[in-house]
Design a protein around this ligand. Structure first.
Ligand SMILES: Nc1ncnc2c1ncn2[C@@H]1O[C@H](COP(=O)(O)OP(=O)(O)OP(=O)(O)O)[C@@H](O)[C@H]1O
Ligand SMILES: [Mg+2]
Length: 369
């Protein structure tokens, strides 16, 4: 006869998509499940003992969260708040949450059970899908334009060389040299716009490998003017990826960070420019409309002045740039490569803290479409 399944309730609670928090009678957190860790981007270890009001209550909130929580503790009367705003890592997110008393056999020390449902997720998915579509249209347009620019360049270059030879006069060669070097510059630009022509070759990659390559390239280039901090989770699983393309993605993002820090030296009067390379496992992450149980996350963070506010929303679009000499292609190419890997890049930025996060699914662990 089959044995009835025995259930480890902790596993069950950790697999719920609802975020759950347990709070003691002093309103300090003492447990959060995996969904909640990922909602607040905070591990149980870090959250343990912290006042829950730090997470749930906003300074400008008219609702008296503290009083409501103590009231449920004392009376056992549950309550629900809809569309409450909470702030996670500088980003406002909206949640519905329910607070109820949990009397786990100790009548003198009741606990609070808080169940949170982020309501931005659905909004965010449709926004992301929209963005991806617009992005693809823009990329096709760019490739079309690049192709058309590139076609006549070969002819112009060849004709200029012939002209230079037949003129055979050093006085004019200055002009023909200018034409040739400008044509070469345009051709390089068009090549970058067209993106890599090589087909990606996917193999198991430990993300720390390309990341370390990028770190040493940047360290050499900046010659210790920028502090580079590593914060790696070495237990990360391998992902299926094209190693060279991952290097390109990480390099494009790191070079941007370095440029933002080096070109704005007056921003650093009291602190040192710093690049942080961080790797983590991210639970429950929606990538391109698919909810993944977990993904590998690589953060490239800098403490520079931040992405200019007027381009923050469109920063991944081709030709969007905040720099006088920028072409605005680096991030668009990087995002494109990540899409080909079923991954994505996200950006959060305020002055003093800019984080570009790469997400790569590491197995087919989609839980919903
Ligand atoms: N870490 C960062 N800090 C501040 N601004 C940034 C950062 N990363 C990107 N940006 C802004 O985003 C813009 C777009 O970046 P992107 O890499 O796509 O193009 P670019 O760097 O201007 O040109 P290219 O990479 O093609 O040479 C940059 O010009 C810059 O204004
Ligand atoms: Mg760039």
């Amino acid at each position: 006869m089959d044995q009835p399944h025995t259930i480890d309730y902790r596993v069950l609670v950790d697999n719920l998509t609802t975020a759950i928090l347990l709070v003691d009678s002093k309103l300090n957190i003492f447990y959060l499940n995996s969904s909640c860790e990922s909602l607040f981007d905070m591990s149980l270890l870090r959250a343990n003992g912290q006042p829950v009001l730090n997470l749930l209550h906003m300074p400008n909130d008219e609702f008296n969260t503290e009083e409501a929580l103590f009231n449920t503790l004392a009376t056992g009367q549950p309550y629900t708040r809809r569309e409450a705003t909470i702030n996670v890592n500088f980003k406002d997110i909206h949640v519905d949450y329910t607070v109820s008393q949990l009397n786990a056999g100790k009548p003198y020390h009741p606990l609070l059970l808080i169940e949170l449902n982020p309501i931005d997720r659905m909004l965010k998915i449709s926004k992301e899908e929209n963005l991806i579509q617009q992005h693809q249209v823009a990329r096709q347009l760019i490739r079309g334009v690049a192709h058309e620019i590139k076609n006549p360049l070969g002819g112009i270059r060849g004709a200029t060389q012939l002209l230079a030879r037949s003129l055979n006069n050093p006085e004019y060669s200055e002009f023909t040299d200018i034409i040739i070097s400008e044509v070469d510059r345009l051709r390089n630009l068009a090549d970058t716009m067209l993106g890599s022509r090589q087909l990606p070759s996917y193999e198991p990659v430990n993300v720390h490998e390309p990341l370390e390559r990028v770190r040493s390239l940047i360290a050499n280039q900046t010659k210790k003017k920028i502090k580079i901090t590593r914060d790696y989770d070495l237990s990360l699983p391998e992902v299926k990826a094209d190693r060279d393309q991952l290097i390109q993605v990480m390099l494009n993002i790191s070079v941007n960070a370095v440029q933002a820090m080096m070109e704005n030296k007056d921003f650093f009067t009291e602190h040192q420019p710093e690049l942080v390379l961080r790797t983590r496992i991210q639970r429950l992450v929606t990538i391109n409309g698919v909810l993944n149980r977990s993904a590998v996350r690589v953060d490239i963070e800098d403490n520079g002045p931040g992405v200019p506010e007027e381009i923050l929303e469109s920063v991944f679009y081709p030709l969007v740039t905040g720099r006088a000499k920028g072409t605005g292609l680096g991030l668009s190419i990087a995002q494109n490569i990540m899409h080909q890997h079923n991954g994505m890049i996200e950006c959060q930025s305020i002055p003093g803290k800019t984080v570009f996060s790469l997400y790569l699914p590491w197995e087919s662990n989609h839980v919903a479409k």
